[in-house]
Write a protein that binds this ligand. Structure first.
Ligand SMILES: Cc1cc2nc3c(=O)[nH]c(=O)nc-3n(C[C@H](O)[C@H](O)[C@H](O)COP(=O)(O)OP(=O)(O)OC[C@H]3O[C@@H](n4cnc5c(N)ncnc54)[C@H](O)[C@@H]3O)c2cc1C
Length: 285
């Protein structure tokens, strides 16, 4: 099926885009790495969302999610790895799914986790953000997985099937029933180093000789999503219609800059969806 609008990210921006695209009767798919935005889940109490003086983050998120569901947006739990333009179409490739759509709304939020020293330097030389994509390169070798979100647990368990040893560094309160093959280490990553490729992970719990370091965060650098997307200081550049420099691609929410606030994300999500609808009728005919 070819969707009219594909939305990447299921936080407030993405969900607002989904509701509004559906209200304009567009075939809409929302692909999100997490069912609920981990940002909002962390918000204990929200007191600045207009019309709702006090609400917990998880409750507001659940209401938003249900709203999009009621409007009929198709929801896919997956992480989009890359988006390729094809003739009059975009091909969104996730870890497990591929989706085709005429327009795209990018709403992946931002990662607030600081990069590990050496992370950028060793990208592609032992640093990976996708166990499914790169795990086989490390068959029978020792690797580390630094998990900032619970989704990393399944990825680490997959690595344990093929790697000689997997050190798992949870940066959150992990589940109690983690895969027994994982070597759980409670420590913070400090630096990645090696002679031209990853060889050592230095952490607050000591040094670990590894051939690869896998990193699982809530978001990946936005410029890795699409070739040619204009990004400045880590934020996607948009105009007042939320259009990016790539025709048919719009962006909304924290990924477009500060202030990082729910109301802004929701407003931008709505504008992005309506701009996508306008693009479909005016440009694509
Ligand atoms: C502790 C805390 C408290 C806060 N309190 C408030 C408050 O009181 N009031 C307020 O206004 N704001 C608050 N915020 C900020 C607010 O949560 C954000 O501004 C808002 O969530 C941004 O929405 P978003 O949709 O742009 O991004 P996000 O909410 O970050 O959602 C992005 C979603 O996209 C998913 N994603 C990322 N990459 C991909 C990919 N490649 N493929 C598929 N999915 C992907 C992520 O997993 C995530 O689910 C708080 C934030 C935190 C952390």
């Amino acid at each position: 099926m070819i969707y009219d609008v594909a939305i990447v990210g299921g936080g407030p921006a993405g969900l607002a885009a989904a509701v509004n695209a559906r209200r304009r009767n567009k075939q809409t798919v929302l692909i999100s790495k997490e069912i609920m935005s981990s940002k909002i889940i962390q918000a204990h109490q929200i007191e600045n969302y207009l019309g709702i003086p006090q609400i917990s983050g998880p409750e507001l998120m659940e209401r938003m999610r249900k709203h999009a569901e009621v409007e009929g947006a198709i929801n896919i739990k997956d992480e989009i790895q890359s988006i390729y333009p094809e003739e009059q179409l975009f091909n969104l490739v996730g870890r497990e799914n591929a989706v085709e759509a005429r327009t795209v709304v990018l709403a992946p939020g931002v990662s607030t986790t600081a990069e590990i020293a050496g992370e950028a330097e060793y990208a592609g030389r032992g640093i990976s953000y996708c166990a499914t994509c790169d795990g086989m390169f490390f068959k029978n070798k020792s690797v580390a997985m630094v998990g900032y979100i619970p989704e990393a647990e399944a990825e680490a368990a997959f690595l344990a099937e093929i790697c000689a040893k997997v050190y798992y560094f949870p940066q959150y309160q992990p589940a109690t029933d983690l895969d027994s093959r994982l070597v759980i280490v409670q420590g913070k990553p400090k630096a990645i180093s090696g002679e031209g490729k990853v060889e050592l992970l230095t952490t607050t719990a000591g040094e670990f000789e590894v051939a690869g370091v896998f990193i699982e965060r809530a978001g990946r650098p936005v410029d890795q999503l699409m070739d040619g997307l204009h990004v400045e200081n880590g934020f996607i550049l948009v105009d007042y219609t939320q259009a990016t420099n790539l025709p048919g691609v719009f962006a909304a929410g924290d990924c477009t800059g500060k202030p990082w606030q729910i109301s802004r994300a929701v407003g931008q999500g709505q504008v992005a969806a309506l701009s996508a609808v306008h693009y479909l009728s005016e440009v694509m005919g």
